[in-house]
Design a protein around this ligand. Sequence first.
Ligand SMILES: [Fe+2]
Length: 491
Amino acid sequence: MEKIIVVDDEEQNLAYLETLFKAHGFQVTTARNGIKALEAAREDPPDIIITDALMPVMDGFMLCREWKADSRLKNIPLIFYTATYTDPKDEKLALDLGCDLFLVKPQEPDVLLDQAQKVMAKYKAERMKIPFGKDGAGEQILQQHNETLFRKLEKKIKQLEEANQIVKESEAKYRSIFENSLTGIYRTTIEGRLLTLNPAFYHMMGYGSPEEVRSQITDIGKQMYLDYHDRENFLQMLNKNNHTEEFITRFRKKDGSIIWVTINAWTVRDENNEVLYYEGMIEDITDRVLREEKLKNAMMGTISIVATIVEERDPYTAGHQRRVAELASAIALELNLPSQQVEGVRIAGLIHDVGKISVPAELLTKPSKLSDIEMSLVQAHAQAGYNILKGIEFPWPILNAIHQHHERINGSGYPLGLSKDNIILEARILAVADVVEAMASHRPYRAALGIDIALKEIEKNKGILYDEDIANVCLNLFRHKGYKIDEGVWK
Ligand SMILES: [Fe+2]
């Protein structure tokens, strides 16, 4: 079995050569630099050595020189296999040093093997060749070697300088964005100490410099967040998802005033996936929040007036809408709907009978049972409610909830005869709350039936007229969670 030493400081190259030669019957020894290769060769001389040129500790040229000066090794062929030194002068130097073949990476495996075999065969035929004698030739070669190294170093330094310039330009570009951004940009430690912050950030918080913020704020969770629970929620989301989007909270400024902010943040982790720090961008949205609050108040004022007008005309159902709103939002909460959706359900409940404005008042208060025609006039309130409100843009699906609150799961409801999931969730919740409240309360044409009979109706028709899940949640509220319709609360 022929023996080969392969020398390369790159793990990948070494593994590749080792595999290649092993696969072709060689006994392979690997070395990561010239010194290691010499040690291995002196202990057990190989039949051939193949070496990279540029390596730490001892490069290929020095290895070649030592190799050819060693009486035991000099007759063993040495091949340069390099990608770094590709200048013709390098090849000349290597050959002058006594190298037997100079190959440039990469070579096809077959070619590499073939070349190695040829060199070995040649050596077996003529065992000789002394690269340089003691007449000064060695010194000359050494000088050539130094020149080669110097040339390479010069080239390397130039490349580094160029790369440095690119980094500097890129840094200046990002520095400018950081300094001039209108959005606050920051980096904190896991404990909440600010490491970096841009002018937009410290101006937003009422400070004059980053140093001032850093000296006064040592824990943003406790000193900047108005509500520490917000900070805890924020960190929980951040650690779970690695980022937060549009996280809204309130910050306390240097002068004690409060601002609303939205935070987009992300985690920076090390190679072991441990969090190094948090980074993010912050915007002051106080104006937007106050504007939305005003609009919401105005809308709620209007909704409350509409609810009052409906109930003024229909004293028997006074309080009906409010109680339906309370029960419907209690059901929505039990269904774990987002708070925004729960709010929509509550508001839809407050005005779900707005269409009764268009029903003759005497029908609403008529103490006897209604005729079919009278009934159809009363039933028209669902469509009428839709028509009245359809020009208004609500931030919730109130219009459809009102339109569909008398629709039934089996399609037997009105005005559209919708069924199952074609009825929106808010309307399905309202339907259950409406029936429970209406049956439990007094009506012009009958006395209150009471909550037990109302719940029996829901039980009997769940999955037929009423959404089964919603019906179950409602039954559970009354039967196991102590919900009381008159109080609108449950314990
Ligand atoms: Fe209704």
